[in-house]
Ligand binder design. Structure first.
Ligand SMILES: Cc1cc2nc3c(=O)[nH]c(=O)nc-3n(C[C@H](O)[C@H](O)[C@H](O)COP(=O)(O)OP(=O)(O)OC[C@H]3O[C@@H](n4cnc5c(N)ncnc54)[C@H](O)[C@@H]3O)c2cc1C
Length: 420
């Protein structure tokens, strides 16, 4: 099968790159083997958790950081383009890069973590509760709704955190017939299981129970992100019945809004004409004179996927784009050159809360995001997203920012090659 571009991996990076290219009329295929990190997304995309000064020092402190290749001009442009792309896909986001200040570059609002910590964020799905600063002032009164028997949500931690910041905060607890039935199986009482059950009448019933529990003068009502698998309209429906503003807070397990975001982005890609091949894995390739000529997959071993350009968006260790082996870190599909510490003892910090060196490991690439094998750049292959070396998404709070920016950059480079 012949395409203009074939993308390996259909998580955030692959989908953003694919949508950008397909919208420009390219014939694009995404081949993706399984679940992506979006299924566990907090609902917020992070671009940079530190100060502007730390960001500006990246060329010296971490020369291979992907942001050094993207550069400031592109980052600002891609930030605006990303918000527009998500909105067209049916994922409205609040926030942006433009308003970030010097202390918190790349963050124009704060979001709640599952344990109530206020964290800087770049773009957040609009059903989530967000705050304009680290000391929330916009919601003087908040009622947090716990669901009886649901253990992946920590309302007391969130309440304590907000109370310490001067918010008048209380917790109420609810259940419903549909949820009581789910409680019989502990494995079903998880966010996605609950969301599957809470549709139609079952959702309305729970919303009425919430309305009774929170009463009058509830202020902002915060619920765990356990409904809205198919549509964010579910949140509006609950808000209408409760009669107060309703926002969600993240849970610690699989993310219902994240699963929805993945589905909406893949639908948008297909609406733009893209071919989305899910459940297949790229296992082999042909390389001739420094260019990838074709790919083969596990399910279509007798068929070749060929294209002018290829994008590697297979993610980090979580997505299985990278693999730790006894004597080194391996990029799984092509065996690309990888940046990592040589000795296994250097890969991890001693304590779990320390900076973990392996977070920065990944594929080495040139200024145009093209990786290499044994030092030879592959002319028509781009690496994007969390498979790239240089960034530490946990320490720097830059997970989705790196993914989105590099996906836009690779797509732009491919389109500019076609213009020449
Ligand atoms: C659990 C988790 C939660 C996160 N939450 C957040 C968050 O809330 N906010 C934030 O800003 N950042 C978050 N991050 C950082 C995260 O890395 C990015 O946000 C982003 O979603 C990663 O996208 P990606 O496309 O690079 O990789 P992935 O999402 O890992 O996607 C890679 C895809 O490639 C597929 N694949 C792998 N190998 C092959 C192959 N050989 N053939 C075909 N397909 C293949 C995988 O199945 C997967 O679907 C999180 C990371 C993790 C691991």
């Amino acid at each position: 099968m012949r395409f203009d571009t074939v993308i390996i991996g259909g998580g955030l990076g692959g989908l953003i790159g694919g949508i950008r290219l397909a919208r420009q009329g390219q014939r694009v295929a995404i081949i993706s083997s399984g679940k992506s990190a979006l299924h566990f997304c907090s609902g917020s995309l992070e671009l940079w958790g530190g100060s502007r000064e730390e960001f500006e020092q990246l060329p010296q402190s971490h020369p291979s950081h992907p942001y050094n290749k993207v550069g400031m001009e592109r980052l600002v442009r891609y930030s605006a383009q990303a918000k527009e792309l998500f909105a067209r896909a049916g994922v409205p986001l609040v926030g942006g890069l433009e308003q970030g200040d010097d202390q918190r570059f790349g963050c124009d609002h704060y979001r709640l973590s599952p344990i109530g910590v206020l964290k800087p964020a770049w773009l957040t799905m609009d059903e989530y509760v967000t705050f304009s600063g680290p000391e929330p002032k916009e919601y003087p009164r908040v009622t947090i709704v716990a669901i009886e028997g649901y253990l992946d949500f920590y309302p007391e931690f969130i309440a304590n955190s907000l109370s310490r910041r001067g918010v008048d905060c209380r917790v109420v607890s609810v259940t419903s017939e549909a949820l009581e039935a789910l409680r019989e199986s502990a494995t079903e009482m998880r966010a996605v299981g609950i969301a599957r059950r809470l549709q139609g009448e079952a959702l309305d019933e729970l919303a009425h129970r919430i309305a009774n529990a929170v009463g009058e003068d509830a202020g902002l009502v915060v619920v765990p992100a356990v409904f809205g698998l198919k549509s964010r309209a579910d949140y509006e429906r609950v808000g209408e019945i409760v009669g107060a503003p309703v926002r969600v807070a993240p849970t610690v397990s699989a993310s219902v809004p994240g699963v929805r975001m993945q589905r909406l982005l893949s639908e948008e890609f297909q609406r733009c004409g893209g071919e989305y091949i899910l459940g297949d894995r790229v296992v082999d390739y042909t390389l001739e004179q420094g260019r990838i000529v074709s790919l083969r997959t596990a399910n279509h071993s007798d068929m070749e996927f060929s294209a002018n350009h290829y994008i590697l968006a297979t993610g980090s260790f979580f997505g299985r784009g990278l693999e730790a082996q006894p004597n080194g870190i391996r990029e799984v599909v092509f065996g690309l050159d990888v940046e990592c510490d040589a000795s296994r003892s250097e890969w991890c910090g001693e304590h779990i809360l320390e900076t973990q060196p392996f977070q920065r490991y990944g594929v080495r690439c040139d200024e145009r995001l093209r990786p290499s094998i044994a030092g030879q750049t592959i002319e028509n292959l781009y690496a994007v997203g969390s498979v790239l070396a240089g960034a530490d998404p946990v320490k720097e709070g830059c997970g989705a920012g790196v993914v989105v920016a590099t996906a836009f950059m690779a797509a732009e480079d491919i389109l500019s090659c076609n213009d020449k």
